[in-house]
Design a protein around this ligand. Sequence first.
Ligand code: SF4
Length: 328
Amino acid sequence: MKIVSGMRPTGRLHLGHLIGTLYNWRRLQETGECFFFVADWHALTTDYDRMQGVGTSIIEMVIDWIAAGIDPARATIFLQSGVREHAELHLLLSMITPIAWLERVPTYKETQQQLGDRDLSTYGFLGYPVLQAADILMYGATGVPVGADQVPHVELTREIGRRFNRVFGDTFPEPQALLTGTSRVPGLDGRKMSKSYNNAVFLADTAEEVRAKLSRMMTDPRRARRHDPGDPDDCPAYQLHRVYCTPEELTSTAEGCRTARIGCLECKQVMIARAEQELAPIREHRAALAARPDDVHDVIAAGTRRARTVAEATMAAVRARVGVGGNV
Ligand code: SF4
C-alpha cells in the first residue's frame, strides 16, 4: 500500500500528535511505502502573514517525527514546497474542480468560524483541499491515514482524481481513508490537546515536567472529595490510561475509581509511569537529534530529492495526458 500523510510545521509536537498520528505512521511504515511530508504550503492557506520562524518549526517537528520512530530509511520524509510539482498539479486539478465541491467541504465554514482572527476569505484557503488532492494523487497513494473529520477531504480527492481520469484518461488510483483509532487526545484541561490551548504535554518536556503536568490533569469532576466515587468514562486522564496501561492496570484503576478505593493522584501515578516508559527513549533520541540539526536537515533534503523523483515521473505522465506543459 502507498501511504501519503502530512503535517503542518507547528514546531514541537505533543502527546496529541504522538497518539493521534505518529503511532499510526510508525505502524504504517512497517508494511507500506510511506511518504510523510511537512505541509508548509498548507500553513500559508491560513497563516500567510505568520510564517516567521517556520524554518525552525520544520526542523523541530521532524526531530519529533524521527525521535518518535519515523524512520527515514523506511519512509520518505520531505518538504512539500521542495517539490514544486505539487504546485503544478494543484493548478491543473483546480481547472477541473467545481467551486461547489470546495464550498461544501465541512471544514471550510467551520474553520472560518473557529479562526475568526485570520483572513480566510482567500482563494488559497478555499482551494486547499485541491492542494491536498495534489499531495495525495502525486504519489499514487492508495491509503491516507486521517481522523474522522478529514474523511470528506479524502472523498474529495477521490472525486477529483476520478474526474481527471474521466477527462484525460486513467492516471490516478483511488485512495482510501485509513481511519486512525484516536484522533482526539484530551489536553490537561479536558479540551482537545493543542498548543494554542496551553494544555499540552510536549515530547520535549522533561520527565519532571511531564509528571507535574499529568499530575494536575483534569479528572472526573464527581471525584471532588477523596471518598466520592467516579467514572473513568468521564475522566480525561483515563483516556491516557487507555493508551498506556496494561489491561490489568485498567481493570484495577477503573474499579478503584468507581469504588473510591484509590484517589486520583494514586490512579494517575500508574498511567504516568507507563507514559514515561514510552516518552523517556523518545526524549533521549530527540535530544541527540536536536544536537545535530544539520543531520536532520540532510534527512529532509534526501527525502525531498526522493519525493521529487516520483513527482517528476507523475507530472510527465500528467502533462502528456493533459497536453499542456511539455518541453518546448
Ligand atoms: S480515579 Fe482515575 S479514573 Fe477516576 S477520576 Fe481519578 S484519575 Fe480519573
